[in-house]
Design a protein around this ligand. Structure first.
Ligand SMILES: [Ca+2]
Ligand SMILES: [Ca+2]
Ligand SMILES: [Ca+2]
Length: 307
């Protein structure tokens, strides 16, 4: 579904003024000392993976996509970076699993879609991930500042749980489900799907603790078995605003919101995080897990074309 960013209509109405609003030199001066100016030579794709901490899932440690055992967080980031460079999917596992990426320049908030997060969704096969953005406010090059959630179609619906946490427990041996408990008092499992994914464990091999907790925003799941006999699971598409959700690949920095849903004006961002938003599973298809295949700055060409 195509959609204008929140301020796009207003901006179009004052088109004569946008040229001055978006004057490159003035922008730079007003953006502060830590703004990293996009250049003709800038890489439009994310060039750094700061963190890759998936929840357990069928693609975690899968030997067909993970050619070598990953034993440290640094190796996990390097592996994820290689995958993204090759436009291959990186799975975030079940609820709360996430990846944090950065660019070699700041992404400027413009009058339209500012960046893309590529996924592998098909219609009826959506696995929404919440998209978060961060500005490097302290200028140290690290994503240690404030994350803002990008609003999506469900973000501030009554049935959203924010914050929501899931704790995952390392299985006792190979070939077992991964147990979880959540902040609402529920329990369940990420199922072992031995017919399809035969690695010993779906628990990330580089997490040394026997349990770990992931916290984020949980959307209500709407998956169902259309066949009634377990053969045809549907993971419905959400209207807009999520990664790995059919029809919503493009994002606006102006959708950034605080935890109460109030808009937050960020003139540019430096880091993007995507985090699996559902805690559910669909029979033999398994856990609902967001995949990402790449992150691209879409505003840079408009920015560079400014006078
Ligand atoms: Ca920082
Ligand atoms: Ca998935
Ligand atoms: Ca997917």
């Amino acid at each position: 579904m195509k959609r204008l960013c929140p301020l796009s209509l207003a901006a179009a109405a004052i088109l004569a003024c946008t040229a001055c609003n978006y004057h490159k030199v003035i922008e730079r001066e007003s953006l502060g000392e830590y703004f990293r100016m996009p250049q003709e030579t800038s890489n439009v794709y994310a060039d750094k993976v700061f963190e890759y901490t998936p929840a357990p899932g069928q693609f975690i440690g899968e030997p067909t996509i993970t050619e070598y055992p990953i034993r440290t967080p640094e190796a996990a980031c390097a592996w994820a970076k290689d995958r993204l460079d090759g436009k291959k999917f990186v799975s975030l596992g079940g609820f709360g699993g996430y990846i944090v990426v950065g660019f070699d320049h700041s992404i400027v908030a413009m009058d339209g879609y500012d960046f893309a997060v590529y996924g592998n969704a098909v219609s009826g096969g959506s696995e929404p991930g919440i998209v978060w953005v961060m500005q490097d406010a302290n200028g140290n090059g690290q994503p240690d500042d404030v994350w803002y959630e990008l609003r999506g179609s469900e973000s501030f619906a009554q049935d959203v749980i924010r914050p929501y946490s899931v704790t995952y427990y390392r299985p006792d041996g190979p070939g077992q489900d991964v147990r979880w408990s959540d902040s609402e008092g529920a329990e369940g499992t990420i199922d072992y799907l031995g017919a399809y994914h035969k690695q010993d464990s779906y628990y990330p091999g580089w997490i040394t603790a026997d349990q770990y907790t992931l916290t984020g925003t949980r959307l209500k799941a709407h998956n169902f078995d259309q066949s009634g006999n377990g053969s045809m699971w549907i993971n419905p598409d959400y209207a807009w605003g999520y990664a790995d959700n059919f029809g919503s690949t493009y994002f606006c920095i102006r959708d950034a919101a605080d935890p109460s849903g109030n808009p937050v004006e960020l003139k540019y961002i430096d880091f993007i995080k995507v985090q699996t938003a559902l805690n559910t599973k669909s029979g033999w298809i398994g856990e609902n897990s967001t995949e990402v295949l790449g992150f691209e700055d879409l505003s840079i060409n408009f920015y560079l074309s400014l006078p």
